[in-house]
Design a protein around this ligand. Structure first.
Ligand code: IPT
Length: 969
């Protein structure tokens, strides 16, 4: 099987060319093929014979990954190769899928040259047409074309056989962090190539931002003609510049495309031309003379049911979803996407970093600082394979205006083979920039790229105060480069926290040009038992658990709270209240557009209820401009009032309807002096205290205070009105998030929490006294084997028909670890299904992920308050709550008021059950409603693969106070 272990590229392929869909005849071979899976490479290739009887083979759709159709099991690893590192050899257990298709070709094809094109075969395909071997596809996410002219049988039945191997030498270069899935997963087509057709061509469309004029040059080795009617261009010759006068340039914000054609006698190819010029000027990446700020995401191609096959309508909708969330850039991590995705990026407007299909991460044996010596990147035997992949990507995608940077790949160390790639790309396409994060000294690249730096590090680089390189010349060169974070803000599970802090730096330093959140999509596989499966669920020997579920959208592409936060932080318009509360400040943060495409409205809410509304006139603001506007005439309100300003699209566009909300901001109105963003935890000034009192017992052994009853022996709350209450006591535990479990901040926070026993705290009554209008209870809360404790004083007071509670918490001894959260938890009876609150919402919010939560009045059911993270974990917290009501169907329930604010979460299970669950179906109602009312939470951070929460958002145990009032409804 030598072809499996050749270093590559695969033999037999035609030279690569741009992806085009011309008017030449084309037959899609998508459909039901015959399929047989073998556990190893079959000894013979009998099935290549056209006469072979495949009638007992299964049917399999093509394109597909066979694991997604019940053949073999998917496997997930991050960087670990799922086979021994023994390059270029592959295991004998090499699942091999034979695919067969019979198809007919019309007579009219007789005499026409034709190619067979595979847009993606994972990882290696050996191909026969009518019994003749055509060659081998290698390079899974790159196209391969074969000349079939001599073998095709027009007017007759043809038999195409593709033998796909899961493992090949190519697998060593495809160690991306994703599921290992094999198959013919992109389109297969037979394409006529008329002798007098259009050969490959390269469109260069430059824009001069000083004159506003465009220059078009189409490079082609044949005498084709170029026509662009809107530019008055017809019959234009190739290979020379055409000065087409003033044009509308292309940008992600204004993706203007000119439709044109490149024609020869026998073929016409439609092209969509976008004029834009990419440059680094004074250390700043500019397009058309303007600084670009990447508000980007990393996008893998994955579908929860279809594996690597992403139907085009799904891709279009997901790119539109990005646009609706103010995302303006995509890094095609970590391989070129389906070719049509780039058409969509051109059309919808997204800056693209097109990344080569190369990752050799597993050569970086865990714990080592550098790749092993055998890393393919620096081994000359792999040189052709590296270069071939770069050439095939650049040639395929070179005509897309959206692509402004080529990336040499991901996480492959740095070696001589990268130099081959970079040198070739630079000479072939000097008009685009080169990116590669693995090139820390930027020897080969035009931009400096980092993954998962802290905000502080980004700022140091932006200020040029970071650690210099040893070589001063190289250091000087690097410091003149734009900084791009190819990955940051790891969106695994509940998170990322801290987006705002990065954005502040990007908005402040011109050279810090934003980045790409890791990542767009959770790669969970739909599963009958688990809901969504992740690593380990298919019995993999090595796997990386749920590290593949780290997206801003869930596997079915519904937005997670992280995406809502992204939309707010990336918003191209900011609206805020001036410090004196008398003005509204609007800033245009677009790169290119004015605000003319937006309509501004305002609404005033008093206690969360509508009080007045109107439109806001915003003067013409160019990018970077700011307007300080007087408040509109507002009615006098007495309750807490907030003015919300919304910027909405004035007209439909390709990715949203008129009225779509692009940005919003709020400012507090009125006589209230309270700060706009009050801290969640109110530090207690005084030491815990007992008011001291006479004991008052009732006959029933209860203590009654207003609407409440307490156990007279333990001081435990038993009832509020008619509502039975249990386990009302201090809680500090939260089911660790993926970020809590991450190593970004050293030893994972969660590991320290478990070690300190924060998930198994016990409560001991220290003191209790009852007065005429109050009950005082002091408890000590500590874990088995630990000395350190928290002392909680609960002072319950009768307040008319209500019950007031003041909790003071004070650490005793050093806990040595920040608390997950601190507050009161209560267990209430089932049936309190509806929650209404006045505070931040409607979505969940945490200390460093709360930009998207506005102040208002919201109603949700308990089920709607849960966020379905693929691996269950802390979720659903609402913050800055003034009051919340939990109601049953009959309207009875409980109202909780904060003095001033509290965080809350309501669940049908407790934090321990949430912690123990591995998949969503593990979460089942335990027959009660669990309510947490918190003074504060530790922030989220991004430690699953990045920095932890900012130090001031770690909840260090210190004297803390929480004031609440309870009222039965
Ligand atoms: C980084 C990878 O580039 C990416 O593919 C993904 O694995 C991400 O991490 C984490 O989800 S590499 C990491 C070692 C920083």
């Amino acid at each position: 099987m030598t072809y499996l272990t050749q270093y590559g590229p695969g033999p037999g392929a035609l030279p690569p060319r741009a992806h085009v869909v011309s008017d030449a005849p084309r037959i899609s071979l998508a459909g039901q093929w015959r399929f047989r899976l073998s556990s190893g490479v079959p000894a013979d290739a009998d099935c290549a014979d056209p006469g072979f009887d495949d009638s007992d083979w299964e049917l399999l759709p093509v394109p597909s990954t066979w694991h997604s159709h019940g053949h073999g099991l998917p496997a997930y690893t991050n960087e670990t190769y799922p086979f021994p590192i023994d390059p270029p050899n592959v295991p004998d257990e090499n699942p091999t899928g034979d695919h067969r298709l019979r198809f007919t070709v019309p007579d009219t094809w007789a005499g026409t040259p034709a190619v067979l094109r595979f847009d993606g075969v994972d990882s290696c395909g050996r191909i026969w047409l009518n019994g003749r071997e055509l060659g081998v596809c290698l390079g899974s996410r790159l196209p391969t074309e074969f000349d079939v002219t001599p073998h095709l049988l027009p007017g007759e039945e043809n038999v195409l056989v593709v033998r796909v191997h899961q493992w090949s030498s190519g697998s060593y270069l495809e160690d991306q962090d994703q599921w290992w899935l094999s198959g013919i997963f992109r389109d297969v087509a037979l394409i006529a190539r008329p002798a007098d057709g259009v050969p490959d061509f390269f469109v260069h469309a430059d824009y001069d931002h000083l004159t506003g004029e465009g220059v078009l040059r189409v490079d082609c080795d044949a005498e084709v003609t170029v026509a662009v009617p809107a530019l008055g261009l017809s019959g234009a010759a190739p290979n020379r510049p055409h000065h087409v006068g003033v044009v509308e340039p292309w940008s992600a914000e204004s993706p203007h495309l000119y439709d044109g054609t490149v024609s020869a006698a026998g073929e016409t190819v439609p092209v969509r031309i976008g004029f834009r010029t990419v440059r680094v000027t004074d250390g700043v990446l500019t397009v058309n003379g303007r600084r670009v700020l990447f508000r980007g995401v990393n996008r893998h191609e994955f579908h929860p049911e279809l594996g690597r096959v992403v139907p085009l309508d799904v891709a279009r909708e997901e790119l539109a979803l990005m646009k609706r969330h103010n995302i303006n850039a995509v890094r095609t991590s970590h391989y070129p996407p389906h070719p049509a995705v780039l058409d969509l990026c051109d059309e919808l407007g997204l800056w693209v970093v097109d990344e080569c299909d190369i990752e050799t991460h597993g050569f970086w044996i865990s714990g080592a600082e550098v790749m092993g010596d055998d890393n393919p990147a620096d081994d000359p035997r792999w040189g052709d394979a590296f270069l071939d992949r770069m050439v095939r990507m650049v040639e395929r995608d070179k005509n897309h205006p959206s692509v402004i940077m080529w990336s040499l790949g991901n996480e492959s160390g740095l070696g001589r083979n990268h130099t081959l790639m970079a040198d070739w790309a630079r000479s072939r396409d000097p008009d685009r920039l080169l990116h590669y994060e693995g090139d820390a000294e930027c020897r080969l690249t035009d931009v400096r790229s980092r993954m998962y730096p802290t905000v502080e590090e980004v700022e140091l680089i932006a200020r040029k105060e970071d650690e210099p390189l040893d070589d001063p010349e190289r250091d000087a060169r690097r410091s003149k480069m734009p900084l791009v974070l190819c990955e940051y803000a790891h969106a695994m599970g509940n998170g990322p926290g801290g987006l705002r802090a990065y954005q502040d730096v990007f908005e402040h330093y011109p050279q810090a040009q934003g980045g790409f959140v890791w990542e767009w999509l959770d790669h969970g596989i739909s599963h009958p038992r688990y809901g969504y499966a992740y690593g380990g669920d298919f019995g993999e020997e090595v796997h990386h658990g749920n590290f593949c579920c780290d997206g801003l959208v869930f596997p079915d592409r519904t937005p997670s709270p992280g995406l809502t936060e992204v939309a707010k932080v990336f918003a191209p318009v900011t609206v805020s209240g001036a410090a004196d509360g008398r003005q509204i400040i609007v800033v245009n943060r677009h790169d290119v557009l004015s605000l003319d495409h937006l309509v501004f409205t305002w609404s005033l809410e008093e206690e969360g209820l509508p009080a007045a509304r109107g439109t806001l006139t915003v003067p013409r603001l160019m990018p970077g401009d700011r307007a300080d506007l007087d408040l509109p005439d507002l009615p006098v309100t007495t309750g807490e009032s907030w003015l919300t300003v919304r910027a909405r699209l004035a007209a439909d566009n390709l990715w949203a309807k008129a009225g779509h909300e692009v940005a919003w901001g709020q400012c507090r109105i009125g006589p209230f002096a309270a700060p706009q963003d009050p801290p969640g935890a109110v530090p207690a000034t005084a030491a815990p205290r007992s008011p001291g009192a006479t004991t008052r017992r009732t006959e029933a052994d209860d203590v009654r205070l207003g609407p409440a009853a307490f156990d007279a022996r333990t001081g435990t709350l038993l009832r509020i009105g008619e509502l039975p209450v249990s386990k009302a006591r201090l809680g500090v535990w939260r089911a660790p998030t993926d970020n809590d479990l991450g190593r970004g901040a050293g030893t994972p926070l969660a590991e320290r929490w478990y070690a300190a026993g924060l998930n198994r705290m016990r409560h001991r009554l220290l003191d209790m006294s009852v007065g005429d209008d109050h009950l005082f209870v002091r408890t000590r809360i500590a874990a088995a084997g630990q000395r350190a404790a928290l002392v909680a004083d609960y002072l319950w007071r009768e307040r008319g028909a209500a019950l007031a509670l003041e909790i003071r918490v004070e650490p005793e001894g050093a806990l040595g670890v920040p608390l997950p959260r601190v507050g009161l938890e209560l267990t209430l009876p089932d049936g309190l299904d509806e929650v209404e609150w006045f505070g931040r919402g409607p979505g969940e919010a945490y200390a460093d992920s709360r930009e998207a939560a506005r102040v208002g009045r919201f109603t949700r059911t308990v089920d709607q308050l849960q966020t379905p993270y693929v691996r269950p974990q802390e979720n659903g917290n609402r913050t800055d709550t003034r009051w919340a009501e939990l109601r049953g169907g009959d309207g009875h329930g409980l109202r909780v008021t904060g003095e001033p604010f509290f965080d809350f979460a309501v669940r049908r299970w407790d934090a321990e059950a949430l912690d123990n669950a591995r998949h969503l179906p593990d979460l089942r109602s335990d027959g009660s409603v669990h309510l947490s009312l918190d003074a504060a939470h530790t922030g989220l951070g991004s430690a699953a693969c990045g920095p932890g929460p900012a130090p001031d958002l770690l909840l260090i145990a210190r004297p803390t106070q929480l004031l609440l009032e309870f009222k039965p409804l």
